[in-house]
Design a protein around this ligand. Structure first.
Ligand code: C5P
Length: 223
């Protein structure tokens, strides 16, 4: 039996992480935050002094790091890199940018493919990222391309960073999010584009509950 998959792709600040987690919770399915794998690899590269353009070094590193993703009893995210907590560092815009730089390298993307596909387990998977519906799970049962207008996305990202205690200005976040999205959209390897069979969903004026309800309405016609 093929394990069912729902993919949510979209630019940063589109809310795909929050929406995907809620969907996975409500459906009782597994959840893959694929961006976290790119961030973890970038984090390990900084730890080991591997340059962000050292393709061979990054590919070898991807094969030997161990990541653990989970939540504390209080519901706070907890990520371990080779047993060491890296949660706060992982969510900085600095690591988001480093992740975006290594994510443009085809060999790095290939090195992370099998790891991502291992998350596809019964009873089902909700996967979020940039190429979930186009490359990693092209046969997904339901594909959503989630977006929101750039000002709204920058405000959401700013609030996320403030919530984890980062001292940032809205102006700097606007610039960083814009640069990262442009790089993600324009790269040759698995660019950020909707799959041809994706449902486009602009949630600029929707809250989390409303967005989750819309995705669940699509899902209920399939599962
Ligand atoms: O989603 P998140 O902001 O954590 O992703 C960080 C970076 O990782 C993105 O800007 C993108 O360059 C890269 N990424 C990717 N493909 C994915 C997920 C993330 O290229 N499936």
């Amino acid at each position: 039996m093929q394990v069912p998959v729902i993919t949510l792709d979209g630019p940063s600040g589109s809310g795909k992480g929050t929406i995907s987690q809620r969907l996975a919770e409500q459906l009782g399915w597994h959840y893959l935050d694929s961006g976290a794998l790119y961030r973890l690899l970038a984090c390990a590269a900084a730890r080991d002094g591997i340059a962000l353009d050292d393709v061979d070094g990054l590919v070898a590193l991807a094969g030997r790091i161990h990541g653990e993703f989970g939540f504390s009893a209080a519901g706070e995210e907890r990520v371990l890199l080779d047993g060491v907590p890296v949660t706060t560092e992982l969510r900085t815009e600095q690591l988001g940018n480093a992740a975006s730089r290594i994510a443009a390298l085809p060999a790095v993307r290939a090195a992370l493919l099998a790891w991502q596909r291992r998350y596809r387990q019964l009873p089902g998977l909700v996967a979020d990222g940039r190429d979930m519906g186009t490359v990693v799970f092209p046969d997904a049962d339901l594909k959503i391309f989630l977006t929101a207008n750039p000002a709204e996305r920058a405000i959401r990202r700013y609030n996320q960073l403030k919530n984890i205690g980062k001292e940032v200005t809205l102006e700097s976040v606007v610039g960083e999010v814009k640069a990262r999205d442009e790089r993600d959209r324009s790269r040759a390897a698995s660019p950020l584009v909707p799959a041809v069979d994706a449902h486009l969903l602009d949630n600029s004026s929707l809250d989390v509950e409303e967005t989750v309800a819309l995705v669940l309405a699509h899902a209920s016609s399939i599962f």
